[in-house]
Design a protein around this ligand. Structure first.
Ligand SMILES: [Zn+2]
Length: 297
């Protein structure tokens, strides 16, 4: 960057292909195309947003009262192995939804029919909020108190390829027009129905998909190499990269990835090839930045 600022030719290298691509954008595309690149990224970003909303809005319905869901909170689950229990236990590290001086909201777990049900506590005080169910990979059942050991949790999740595809939706975060902050509510049949419809649509698209690469990435997820960054695959038993996502998440991400590609094709018809590639690269980076690996939505 400094070399570039004084007008020198700048060269950079890295072993990591992501870093190489970032360098290419910063050291090559931005100086070469400047304002035009920014304008085209903004224009085609808007196009992708409009197209994605048109295609995906039925799977992310607004609330009947006008609130807009901005996040769906899901938890992987295991079956409690306590004697005679067999309850579905959501794996949750914490029951806090918001923990600020001005706003504190938490979940309370209550016994349902062979599964944990939730209630939302507004103005939650620390002394009233229970611990999560997971500690060091083992899962404690709120119904019977039994702790299913980490080896069993791992075995159960591995059999379900990580458990993202049949995770439990437990909370929806919304915003409301004209109101500040976030609101929290429990899922309704409408929410579950939308997620199920998305899963069906993903299956339909998978079946209809052609091409050298699968619709959802089926490359093997890095295995048990002992690196901390890979511990999610060790604990959850993911087989493929696609196993990271819930079906609706995979539907949204594959839609956005396809639109980025289509934007690149349309750009190539309008502009010389270099600029089209630069814009498509920036759009792909925006998508990368927005996809969430930390949680499943
Ligand atoms: Zn139990």
């Amino acid at each position: 960057m400094e070399a570039l600022r004084v007008g020198a030719d700048a060269y950079a290298s890295d072993l990591n292909p992501v870093a190489v691509l970032l360098n290419k954008v910063v050291l090559e595309y931005i100086p070469k195309y400047g304002r035009r690149l920014a304008d085209e990224v903004r224009r085609w970003g808007q196009w992708i947003k409009t197209e994605a909303e048109r295609e995906l809005s039925e799977f992310y319905p607004k609330d009947p009262d006008g609130a807009t869901p901005i996040a769906y909170l899901w938890a992987r689950t295991v079956t409690c192995e306590g004697p005679g229990c067999g309850a579905e236990v959501p794996l949750m590290r914490s029951l806090w939804l918001a923990k600020k001086k001005s706003r504190s909201v938490a979940l309370r777990m209550v016994a349902g029919n062979r599964r944990v049900e939730f209630e939302i506590m507004e103005d939650a005080r620390a002394k009233d909020v229970d611990e999560g169910t997971v500690r060091r990979g083992s899962a404690t059942c709120p119904l019977c108190g039994y702790t299913t050991p980490v080896a069993s949790v791992r075995r159960q999740l591995k059999a379900r390829r990580g458990g993202a595809a049949d995770a439990r939706l437990f909370c929806i975060v919304t915003t409301r027009p004209g109101r500040q902050g976030r609101f929290y509510r429990l899922p309704t049949p409408r929410d579950l129905d939308a997620a199920e419809k998305a899963a069906a649509e993903l299956e339909r698209r998978k079946a209809a998909h052609t091409g050298a690469l699968s619709l959802v990435p089926d490359e093997p997820y890095p295995g048990e190499t002992g690196s901390g960054a890979l511990s999610i695959s060790v604990l959850y038993g993911l087989k493929e990269w696609g196993d990271l996502f819930t079906p609706r998440q995979a539907l949204a991400l594959t839609t956005l990835a396809r639109l980025v590609r289509e934007a690149g094709e349309k750009l190539a018809e309008e502009h010389e090839n270099g600029l089209a590639v630069a814009v498509q690269t920036c759009l792909a980076m925006v998508l990368d930045r927005h996809r969430s690996l930390s949680g499943i939505r």
